[in-house]
Ligand binder design. Sequence first.
Ligand code: NAP
Length: 499
Amino acid sequence: MSDTYRNLIGGEWVDARSGATFTSVSPANHDDVVGDFPASGPADVDAAVEAARRAFPAWSLMPAPKRGEILFRVARLLAEHKEELSRLMTREMGKVLTEARGDVQEAIDVAYYMAGEGRRMFGQTVPSEMPDKFAMAIRRPIGVVGIITPWNFPVAIPGWKLFPALICGNTAVIKPASDTPACMVRFIELLAEGGIPDGVINVVTGSGGEVGNAIVEHPDVRVISFTGHTETGVEISTRAAKTLKRVSLELGGKNPIVVWEDADLDLVLDSVIWSAFGTSGQRCTAASRLLVHRSIHDEFVSRLRDRVGRLVLGDGLEDTTDVGPVINDRAVEKIASYAAIGRDEAELVIGGEPAREGALAKGSFFQPTIFANARGDARIAQEEIFGPVATVVPVDSWEQTVEIVNSVKYGLSSSLFTRDINLAFRSIRDFDTGLGYVNHGTIGAEAHLPFGGTKATGNGHREVGQAALDFFSEWKSVYIDYSGKLQRAQIDTTFVDEG
Ligand code: NAP
């Protein structure tokens, strides 16, 4: 059964000004219409930004510990509704239920963590170089924040952007991906129910071209936080530059798991299945390159083929399903085009085709796929495919491994399996990625450490942890002179070496 959803603007649930709508369907079964949503445009964004602007003074003046108390309430409410939200996510986005629960849990974790930040939000106090003078730096809210999110973590990513933005005292306008608007709207309903005041969060559904651009170009939006494709990020960054917005971009990845000759292969196989085929390979941190020491390449590939051959494709709401659908038929086509490229570049071990048997024909499914004996510079080992496809690249030496790990344009996550402590530390030093794992796959980031990547994975900012506060607040340095006389910094002091 499909539902009708609305935008949230200034505390009111409203249709798009134009009255236009679009639908969201389940990727596991296209006959299952999840809901109808406002196909909004710039006029709706204007109204949402105006509501956020009006809500800003009261919210930003509320003491941060009080904002934190509201976030604690929100976290508890999300926990109470975790199962409902997870099931909605599996239906709308496709990831299997266990992973949907993890997605919601991530938002809950960030809500608790950022609620605590309401009582910390540490600044800096330093001794002044002058006598009788006090020096400190404090964090200040910035204003209206524009948030644009992808479909692959439809609750976690909105959570890890919104909660730090809110605890810092900002108000927000948020746009979900057009493939997962129901997850966003239900998530925001719970935030409103938890006590976030009217106008502090506003949701506008609609396309990137109409709603996304209007947010990015709006003169009253001071900050843009975006997660999605690198190409979209570049376009957003270019447009936002015209109004000198602060922009955080979290973009693509091509993440390697390196398997050294001394690795525990049972552990590696469990980790590869989870990292490469979890969320049908549609995680920004998915392991899509497996750099395997040549001495164990053939054994590894044969054991991996057995494991992958046993994976059950299906609706993520079924207990028996290991791998759910991909997001839509466009994604199936894109993955199929890479599978065709892969056949020319490497050896197809298993999979390689859309899956259309039986009930799968109603949805968007692709067979879990492995290519082996690929070169590090093959396109399937360099470009983000964003599907259940892993490419095995044999490696011979550590130097060659480091070169291949770093040869892609992205730098999000990397992982090394070895029992050699020296190599483990070298990987941390030498792999040019924002996340590094040892004896663990490429996924599994936690809410209290910075998240983000190097090179084309972003523009240098980090999400969650304390790092998120730096992005969502403005530093103000404050000097209080209690000497009662004019003291000129750098002039009325004597450098010790001068006598
Ligand atoms: P996408 O196509 O770039 O879309 C992301 C969001 O941007 C959607 O809400 C989209 O709206 C909107 N958008 C599209 N064009 C826009 C424009 N010109 N101006 C403003 N907004 C625009 O990405 P996706 O397919 O949703 O997500 C997959 C990508 O996200 C992958 O590359 C993945 O690696 C990356 N990702 C990165 C991270 C990270 O933290 N580094 C985490 C998760 C995902 P519509 O849906 O309406 O088009």
